[in-house]
Design a protein around this ligand. Structure first.
Ligand code: SAH
Length: 347
């Protein structure tokens, strides 16, 4: 394991350097290399004895290695399969928007949330990613593309609030001025509804955007789609959202996957509008509709475009702001819910 320098904020690097008996300016130099992802052996302006001592202590800077890169011929979306230092494989996706490049990062190898329609959870959870392994996806993609990544969505493999401490550490690191310096307002974090995590996050004072994967407003029905509902009901989830908004003033967006015959009827749209308004009060509501992306192991089907339009219209008519998420990277299985642990595309 050793000491993973890329997971350390500046003050911890400074403490390490002081502990090793080197002057403070060496901490600045070291940090300058670390945030570039440079291996310790290649930190040229550091004295040899200092580098050797770092290596003796097991200090290292490691970026995920690109195993495969797929580029969508349709919209230029790029999907990376990365290997971590222990050989675990994860995926990240870079989407090219007019407002800049957005990366969708993974935060766990696998996932234990068990959502029935999602490919990322099919093999369960292998392990949490370290802060450096989440950050490294952004750095490695940016190096590879030679273009700045301006926005981050934590919507890849894994449940961010199930790897809470490392995710919060990552958020601080990626925001650091001497690091990638990506503003919190350019970062979205999506959760399937880990209520204690939402309540903790509310206290962190990070003006990121929170997204809730709702998919069903009825607690009993949601249980069969998303097992997390057995732990926290929809009512408890929405109450946590209200408190989050009241304390942070940050708008929350709701993701709602349209599954044919499961979640996409007009009467469900009516119930959704009614339930959200009743339970969220005056909070501004935005619903992002995601037509299901098919996963070969599951027999759920996507809603047809008429059903999607009717669902959206029903929400809008009831005063709920609703948009339909554009599907990116359809030819490379890079869309929501299609990222998987082994990187093997469904066939
Ligand atoms: N665990 C977090 C982060 C994953 S985000 C969460 O659940 O929010 C990925 C988004 O894609 C979530 O909203 C998820 O519910 C949605 N999703 C999963 N499988 C999907 C599928 N097959 N089609 C469309 N969206 C899917």
């Amino acid at each position: 394991m050793g000491m993973d320098l890329l997971s350390l904020p500046y003050d911890e690097i400074a403490a390490l350097v002081a502990d090793m008996g080197y002057p403070a300016f060496r901490a600045k130099q070291l940090r300058g290399w670390v945030v570039k992802g440079t291996p310790v052996e290649e930190m040229r302006n550091l004295p040899r004895d200092f580098r050797e001592k770092l290596i003796e202590r097991g200090c290292h800077v490691t970026l995920p290695r690109i195993v495969r890169k797929l580029i969508s011929q349709i919209d230029g979306t790029v999907k990376y399969l990365f290997a971590l230092s222990d050989g675990q494989l994860i995926e990240s996706v870079v989407m090219k928007y007019k407002h800049g490049n957005t990366i969708c990062v993974s935060c766990q190898a696998g996932c234990r949330m068990g959502c029935r329609f999602c490919a990322s959870t099919l093999r369960g959870l292998t392990r949490n990613l370290a802060p450096s392994e989440i950050l490294g996806q952004v750095m490695a993609a940016q190096n590879d593309l030679g273009e700045r990544i301006a926005n981050i969505v934590m919507m890849g493999i894994g449940e961010p609030l199930d790897n809470y401490d490392n995710v919060v550490r990552f958020l601080h690191l990626v925001n650091a001025e001497d690091g990638l310096n990506i503003g919190y307002r350019h970062i979205s974090l999506s959760t399937c509804g880990v209520v204690d995590g939402i309540r903790k996050l509310q206290k962190e004072n990070l003006p990121i955007t929170l997204s809730i994967s709702l998919h069903n407003i009825d607690t009993e029905e949601r249980k069969s789609l998303m097992p997390i509902t057995n732990k926290w009901s929809v009512e408890e989830l929405l109450a946590a959202c209200c408190d989050y908004f009241a304390e942070t003033g940050r708008r929350i967006s709701f993701e709602y996957t349209l599954i044919a015959g499961e979640t996409d009827s007009v009467s469900r749209a009516e119930a959704l509008a009614k339930g959200l308004k009743k339970q969220l009060g005056s909070m501004p509501i935005h619903v992002n509709l995601i037509p299901l992306n098919t996963v070969s192991e599951r027999d759920y089907q996507k809603s047809d475009s008429e059903a999607v339009m009717a669902f959206q219209k029903t929400l809008v008519a009831r005063g709920i702001n609703a948009t339909v998420r554009r599907r990116l990277g359809p030819d490379i299985n890079a869309s929501c819910g299609q990222l998987r642990l082994n990187g093997q595309d469904e066939g």
